[in-house]
Design a protein around this ligand. Structure first.
Ligand code: MG
Length: 305
């Protein structure tokens, strides 16, 4: 796809809501026709209704949720940095899924993706136990920052990606054979306990074997001005990523196709709308929207509308 094909000619970035302290973790909720997102430091979950154009508080005192993902059964899996756990929301009823691996608590789960069979993959950097207003002070109990794979049928949790200093956003290729993980360790020059270098401001790619193991990790792309936090993959395999004060679109081989400037620092984004082609962008205090010609790769197996 050429860059000029990614957006319709009439596409314009618009601010649709504001008033968050730190907007993150957006996901389209089809049966509410709304974008649900976290106001992380505001410790609440907000929803923007596409039907009414109104912003409302979905839940308050939520223990610092961050990323979330719609699951194939219509529930929403979300990260709680304050509870240091993964949890599932069904129409406001929240149940815990997992909070530890090998007897040691997670750091502060940040972002999550659910695959077509319902398996949950999430990143576990330590911002929620290190930074004021994003959780509660705490210890690195397992001594590093991993991406974990959680099987909701058995509750089993296994480390999947070990070599990213601060794993953050994550997404799969359309056929789920490649896992992409962003590294937001740019501000951290020292090395991890496992000896991996910091300074990350890009996205790494991994081959996925049998839907369970990853191998052949490689740096796919680096953001030149800022870093990649949350991102999504479209049905053509292109990566739509936060990139400092912009959204950038890259091909599956890491070639930059498009830059969409945004007036605030972008933390995350998602596709939404009843046709799935509106891109919603959480950026600092606000929620932005722009029409695209793309759709989320996961829309093929999610209850989209
Ligand atoms: Mg994030």
């Amino acid at each position: 796809m050429r860059s000029s094909d990614l957006l319709p000619d009439t596409a314009r970035l618009e601010k649709v809501a504001s008033g968050a302290s730190w907007a993150e973790g957006p996901t389209w909720i089809p049966d509410r026709r709304a974008v649900r997102f976290s106001d992380v430091s505001g410790n609440r979950i907000l929803e923007y209704s596409e039907r009414t154009g109104e912003l409302s508080v979905y839940a308050a005192e939520v223990e610092y949720t961050n990323g979330r993902a719609l699951a194939p059964d219509g529930s929403v899996v979300q990260c709680s940095q304050g509870r240091r756990r993964m949890e599932r929301d069904r129409d406001g009823a929240v149940e815990p899924l997992a909070d530890q691996w090998n007897g040691r608590r997670f750091n502060s789960p940040n972002d999550v993706v659910v695959t077509s069979d319902g398996t949950i993959w999430f990143s576990d950097p330590s911002y929620g136990i290190l930074k004021d207003g994003e959780g509660h002070p705490g210890e690195l109990e397992y001594g590093d920052h991993y991406v974990f794979r959680l099987d909701p049928a058995t509750g089993a949790v296994e480390p999947a990606v070990l070599d990213v200093r601060m794993p953050n956003g994550l997404a799969f290729s359309p056929d789920e054979t490649i896992l992409y993980v962003s590294d937001t360790s740019m501000e951290l020059p020292e090395r991890t306990p496992a000896g991996y270098p910091g300074g990350g401001h890009g996205i790494r790619a991994y081959d996925v074997a049998a839907g369970r193991w990853v191998k052949n990790g490689r740096l796919l792309l680096e953001i030149q001005d800022g870093l990649a936090d949350g991102f999504r993959v479209d049905t053509d395999g292109n990566l739509w990523t936060s990139a400092g004060s912009a959204v950038q679109v890259f091909t599956p081989d890491g070639t930059l196709l498009l830059t969409i400037p945004v007036p605030e620092t972008v933390g995350n984004l998602c596709f939404g709308g009843t046709d799935g082609q509106s891109l919603y962008i959480t950026a600092s205090s606000s929620l932005y929207r722009i029409r695209t010609n793309a759709r989320d790769a996961r829309s093929s197996f999610l209850p989209w509308s």
